[in-house]
Design a binder for this molecule. Structure first.
Ligand code: ME8
Length: 646
């Protein structure tokens, strides 16, 4: 049965050019909707631009343009960026379009008639950058906590939305639906905001101060506050309540945003939707979205992206240099959904070379070359052996991991699950040695079994990789003769019995040479071949050694320790318990590299506090003195977390 799915990105302000952060959210939405379409769902993906308000009006004035002309230019630029990245949005909404202003005015009228809006007086400290008033508690040294610029005291009569009446309903709703706002850290943050009294929301701006907005239908001396206008885009793109598209997609709505705009989406918006439902004679929760998915922030080489630092990374640039797929892969793999992550060209090239060129590219090249070389004399494949069975199991495991991860928007974990399989397949080629089998005529049935398994596996990868690296996945499918659109349901290994016609596919992801990270990687490999020597002569007895409790631990989450260059804070599972362990490996591993890895820890070490974080154990790693290469100990075969190491 095919499901309905509706996913939105924020609509981006047109006073800015599209950058890496905007691209990230939009790539995520594209990946998720591609995945859902692959699974057979009718998935609708909305993005667009936010074009009203002070911020946009002021930047247009500075540029000597009319706000509309600036919006036209910049909205087109966002759209061009998404097209250049091959993002398949279903609709692109602009808040200056008539289809949007009509729905906003209709909703304002309905809320006014229902008594949800009233005229009141308000005085407060206003930040033009944020387009909002700040309460005394939020102000830092008399300045905007975000922009660190002085605030302006403004007093005016305005229209207010009775948001305060929804406070206890909203708290109950968030408590009753644990995954409404996810991951959990953001749900907790929202419940934290809601511990303070929720005030009514000023939803208008007098035209004497701001012309650039949607006029209130019941008082044209005012325009609509930009957030009240902008949030409604998610409805107006579907035509609003009553429209067949709304009736079809809205019940399946999920939003995706970064943490910067949590409050409007987790507080204003549910209250607005509850008021609208009430005005339509429905229960308060009738129009509430399904999930608000919140991701973290990208920093650039450790620094906040900002115009003043001059490190704003343009949205399309990495794709121009390294290809769309490498860019997608990097951002999807590197950021643990919900946590912050760091972008650097070196790290991206490192992943491109290691994961895409080596692991995936080599596998596909080896498999297709082997099949293309030996297929001519193919006969009936011999019996399935334990090697094939374990590949089939690994593929089923990868599917389970992928599907579960995507259900939770854990893109990084989904990719990690696929890469586990890619690793297993590379080991399968090494173990079965088809080139050696080819030399012995008696092994022909065995060779054919191996080749069929490889063709099957490559076909499988051509499907499951489609949402993440669509260009590469399409090439893979073409190489093994796929002609029909891919379907997730076909990503099952072990059903192929005859070799398809396969074309050799090499250079799927050419390595990027001589970058810094490349050299470092080579240095680390070289260091492994030349052990630094075992130092110290003091011997210990087996009993002394057995007092050290070593255990297998699975890394569940990893993040940088604030203000430390060297330390990472890991959350690890020892099977029956979870622990926090601080490890001095930040210069060698990105947090995302570690999540999902099985490592070895000293479990009975006295706890120690490092940079304010209590560490309950130690992660084992090897290192060399001279050039400081370092490698964390992982397992050669899988063992459950908690397993003893001795
Ligand atoms: O807030 N890392 O628009 P906006 C990750 N118009 N994502 C980032 C990012 C970063 N460093 N910087 C920006 C607005 N983003 C409003 C939204 S919605 C009804 C109105 C992404 O142009 C992320 O998705 O400031 C963030 O939420 C969004 O851009 C903010 O875009």
């Amino acid at each position: 049965m095919s499901g309905i799915f509706y996913l939105t990105t924020p609509i981006y302000y047109v006073n800015d050019a599209p950058h890496l952060g905007h691209a990230y959210t939009t790539i995520l939405a594209d990946t998720m909707t591609r995945y859902r379409r692959l699974a057979g769902d009718d998935a609708y993906f909305l993005t667009g631009t936010d074009e009203h308000g002070d911020k946009v009006a002021q930047s247009a004035a500075r540029a000597g343009m009319s706000p509309q002309a600036q919006a036209d230019r910049n909205s087109a630029e966002f759209r061009r960026a998404w097209d250049a990245l091959g993002l398949r949005y279903s609709d692109y909404i602009r808040t200056t379009e008539e289809r949007h202003t009509k729905v906003v005015q209709a909703i304002l009228g309905q809320l006014w008639d229902a008594g949800e809006i009233y005229l009141g007086k308000y005085g407060g400290h206003y930040c033009y950058g944020c387009e909002r008033f700040y309460t005394d508690k939020e102000i830092v040294d008399g300045k905007c906590p975000d922009h660190l610029t002085p605030l302006t005291w403004i007093e005016e009569e305005n229209y207010f939305f009775r948001m305060s009446t929804y406070q206890s309903w909203l708290i109950d709703t968030i408590q009753g639906r644990p995954d409404l706002v996810r991951p959990e850290r953001y749900r907790n943050e929202v419940l934290g905001f809601l511990r303070d009294p929720l005030l009514d929301l000023s939803i208008s701006r007098p035209r004497t101060r701001l012309e650039w907005g949607i006029p209130l239908p019941f008082d044209d001396k005012y325009v609509t506050y930009v957030w009240f206008d902008a949030l409604i885009n998610y409805l107006s793109a579907l035509g609003g309540p009553g429209d067949p598209r709304f009736e079809k997609y809205w019940p399946a709505c999920q939003h995706m945003i970064a943490k910067d705009i949590l409050k409007p989406h987790a507080i204003y918006w549910p209250c607005m939707l509850a008021a609208l439902a009430t005005a339509h004679g429905k229960p308060r929760e009738a129009y509430l979205y399904q999930h608000l998915n919140v991701h973290g922030y990208w920093t650039i080489e450790g620094q906040k992206m900002s115009k003043s630092l001059g490190n704003v990374f343009p949205a399309v640039a990495p794709a121009e240099k390294y290809g769309v797929d490498a860019y997608r892969y990097f951002v999807l793999r590197e950021m643990v959904f919900g946590l912050d992550a760091d972008f650097s060209e070196g790290a991206m090239v490192g992943r491109l070379n290691a994961d895409l060129a080596n692991d995936l590219g080599n596998l596909v090249a080896r498999a297709t070359t082997l099949i293309a070389s030996y297929a001519a004399e193919a006969a009936a494949p011999g019996p399935v052996t334990a090697d094939e069975e374990s590949v089939v199991r690994a593929a089923a495991e990868a599917r389970r991991g992928l599907d579960e991860a995507m259900g939770e928007f854990a893109f990084q974990r989904g990719l990690a699950a696929i890469w586990e399989l890619i690793g297993a397949l590379n080991r399968y080629v090494d173990a079965t040695q088809p080139w050696a089998l080819a030399k012995k005529p008696a092994e022909r049935p065995r060779l054919d079994r191996v080749l069929v398994t490889l063709a099957d596996a490559v076909g499988y990868l051509g499907i499951v990789l489609d949402p993440f690296v669509p260009e590469a996945a399409a090439k893979i499918r073409t190489a093994i003769g796929g002609t029909t659109p891919p379907r997730l349901a076909d990503a099952v290994l072990g059903r192929l019995e005859r070799l398809p016609a396969v074309q050799k596919l090499s250079g799927l992801f050419p390595r990027v040479g001589d970058s810094k990270s490349d050299k470092e990687a080579r240095k680390a490999v070289a260091a492994m071949d030349t052990p630094a020597g075992v130092d110290g002569h003091q011997r210990i007895t087996i009993d002394e050694f057995s007092r050290i409790q070593l255990r297998v631990a699975e890394v569940i989450a990893a993040e940088a320790v604030a203000k430390s260059k060297k330390l990472l804070k890991l959350t690890v599972s020892l099977g029956s318990e979870q622990r926090t362990i601080v490890a001095g490996i930040a210069q060698h591993y990105a947090p995302a590299d570690l999540v999902g890895k099985k490592v070895v820890v000293v479990a009975n070490l006295e706890p120690a506090t490092l940079m304010g974080v209590q560490s309950q154990g130690m992660v084992l790693a090897g290192s060399t003195e001279g050039d400081g290469a370092l490698a964390v100990l992982t397992l050669d075969r899988d063992l459950p977390p908690g397993a003893r190491v001795r």
